[in-house]
Design a protein around this ligand. Sequence first.
Ligand code: NAP
Length: 247
Amino acid sequence: MPPETVLILGGTAEARALADRLSRRAGIRLITSLAGRTAAPARHAGEVRTGGFGGARGLARYIADEKVTLVVDATHPFAAAISANAAAACGTAHVPCLRLERPPWRPLPEDDWREVADIGKAATAIPAGSRALVTVGRQEIAPFLAREDVTLIARMIEPPDVAVPPHAELVLARPPFGLDDERRLLRDKAIDTLVAKNSGGTATVAKLMAARELRVPVIMVRRPAKPPVPTAPDLEAMLEMIARALG
Ligand code: NAP
């Protein structure tokens, strides 16, 4: 039995890269946990488990049952519930909790950003009569589809569970996206408003560069608050943090 069991809470490219690097380290049992939202998840190094734990108590139980010695929360910056559960469960189970979280994007002086607190406020902030490219993902598209006074171009990886009305068009595509493609999309669809979540990272930043070039205003959803646990901004910093935590 390896002396250390590391649980990565995943669902991001960073979590997968971390699993890949940690799997090369001897003496670690590695488990990545996925929520099970996508039908065909990417392959991960080490063990993978799928589905919710049943809240913070369920996660604390899982940590005890599997003798987890370290939890790395590498979930998406907008996945607020699982991060809160991770911090609480680690407190209960007396296991360290670290977070791998890419820094948010910041506007440049020439950017035209309107920052809003949540998805609902983003949906109401779109001016009537606009042609809006909405890039918030399939799970949070409903309030935008309700805006019948707006032409929506909704980009997401897989189609939503809800019906898509006639004033909306789906663009199904998987990141990363390049600048040429983003420029073309904004031009071809005559987009005059871009809606984005402040996810950070490089995979989806090109839309902001294209919006800057074409002077398209951006409605940017701020990140939700997460509990204060030791946080690394990138993979290398996280590997150093883990090395210190495991000794
Ligand atoms: P969330 O709102 O924070 O979590 C809702 C519930 O889903 C949690 O309470 C938990 O259920 C379960 N869950 C979430 N992440 C899990 C994980 N890694 N392993 C096991 N259970 C998990 O999360 P979300 O925003 O729906 O995101 C779900 C997953 O998609 C996360 O893994 C996240 O990294 C990924 N993701 C999210 C976004 C986004 O914009 N939100 C974007 C890209 C990827 P229980 O309470 O039953 O344990």
